[in-house]
Structures are given as structure tokens and as C-alpha cells.
Design a protein. Sequence first.
Length: 50
Amino acid sequence: MADKPKPKSKLSDAARHERFKDMAREVEASEDAKDFDKAFKRVTDGGHVQ
């Protein structure tokens, strides 16, 4: 029988926040709240942006 892989350790909130910021920089995400709202509406309103 195969051994189970070791479970990953849980990240602290601070570590999770840093990983989130690093990924946002990597994908060149906008810091403008309006850009976030526009993208969020696309997802939640079925693609209809006002």
C-alpha cells in the first residue's frame, strides 16, 4: 500500500497575506478598487458591466 503524503502545514494569516500580495504582484494586478469592482461584477452579474 502507498504511504499517504504528509499534510501541508497551515499558513498563518500573515504568511497567507504575503503570498497573496506576491501573487498579485506576479500577475500585475491593479491596485485600483474600480478595476476590482468591474471584474467582480463580470463574475457575479453574468458578464454585464455597467
